[in-house]
Structures are given as C-alpha cells and as structure tokens.
Design a binder for this molecule. Structure first.
Ligand code: AMP
Length: 182
C-alpha cells in the first residue's frame, strides 16, 4: 500500500531488533536482519516501497553499502530498473568517482563507478539506505550521483533517527521519505 498507517508502522518497527551499545557504548543499533529473516515483514515493506515508487519514472536505484544494497536491489527488480551500488573505497573494480565526508571523529569516503548511468540520458535516481542518522553518508552519496550525471529525485530510508537531523539536512537537496521515525 502506498501510505502506511500507525499499525503498519508499528508492525514493521517491531520486526527490527535493537542492540544496545553496538558497535560502541551509547549507540542503540537498529538491526534490520530480524526484518529480513521475517518473510512477511520483508514482503510487506517491499510491497509498500513498490507501491510508493512505481509511478515515479525512476531510471536507477542507488543503494549505499551495505544495507542499502539489500532494499535497493530488491526494489529495483520490482520496479524493473537498474541498481547501482555506492561503496567504500577500493571495492569497486572499474574507474570511480569519490566523495569524502566528515564523521564525528575523522573522515570517510564513498565511491561510485564513473559510467554507472551512462547508457541512459538524464537519468532519474532514487537513493536508498536502511537508516539516516546525521545524513553525512547520504549527502556524500548525492554528490556522487550528481557527479556521475544523475538527478536524485528522492532519498528513501527505512529508519530516520530524528534527533540527529539528517533528514532536514538532506531535504535541502532532494525530496526525502522515511518509512519509520524514531
Ligand atoms: P549517517 O551518515 O550519520 O546518516 O549514518 C548513516 C549510516 O550509518 C547508515 O548507513 C546506517 O546503516 C548507519 N547507522 C548509523 N547509526 C545507526 C544505528 N543506530 N543503527 C544502525 N545503523 C546505523
């Protein structure tokens, strides 16, 4: 269904396991493996995303390593569009474009293949990841999409950690949708 009600969101939310103090003390990690191994919950989520995006006329789904690959690739086959991975450095084998971004401590980097969208003119992109926190990864990913010649028409996340304001940051550049807010 295209729009979820509170019961639908509670159902999905309960399928995600919370792990305290992972990977560091103080972090509550949202473990989506318990959604993925629940066939009904995974199907429910993917049917919702398919209903939401089937009339968007998207050319590619871009997924962010690594959990964005799972939802992104599953949705790409449902929508009949290509899937493009954004990966950590030194993982993609062909010529890449890179984008660095700041973390709380230090810098990180993401990459995309330079020719990822080349066979389609003015490609429209849906960006997907499992979770948005500060929005740093998503913002760097949007830069990569732009530099590879794509137009990001929406960024989609399963979970938005509202206190970290990443959603608002990304909203300055594209439409944003999150299935669940915590
Ligand atoms: P950010 O760049 O701060 O928006 O962080 C988003 C990335 O970090 C996503 O790829 C998430 O998978 C991961 N991430 C950050 N915080 C959490 C969390 N509490 N639980 C699960 N994944 C997280």
């Amino acid at each position: 269904m295209q729009v979820l009600n509170d019961d639908d969101r509670a159902y999905l939310s309960h399928s995600i396991r919370l792990i305290d103090d992972f990977p560091r003390p103080g972090i509550v990690f949202r473990d989506i493996t318990t959604l993925l191994n629940d066939a009904k919950a995974f199907e429910f989520l993917m049917s919702h995303l398919q209903a939401r995006y089937e009339n968007y006329e998207i050319d590619f789904i871009v997924g962010i390593e690594s959990r964005g690959f799972i939802f992104g690739a599953a949705l790409a086959t449902r929508l009949g569009v290509g899937f493009v991975p954004i990966r950590k450095p030194k993982k993609l084998p062909y010529v890449t474009i890179s984008q660095k971004y700041s973390l709380e401590y230090g810098v990180d980097e993401v990459q995309i293949h330079i020719d990822a969208f080349n066979h389609i003119k003015n490609p429209k992109i849906l960006l997907i990841d499992d979770l948005i926190a500060t929005g740093g990864t998503a913002k760097a990913s949007m830069e990569l999409i732009k530099n590879a010649g794509g137009e990001c028409v929406e960024a989609c996340f399963l979970i938005n950690l509202v206190d970290l304001n990443g959603y608002q940051e990304i909203e300055k550049f594209t439409k944003v949708y999150s299935v669940l807010e915590v």
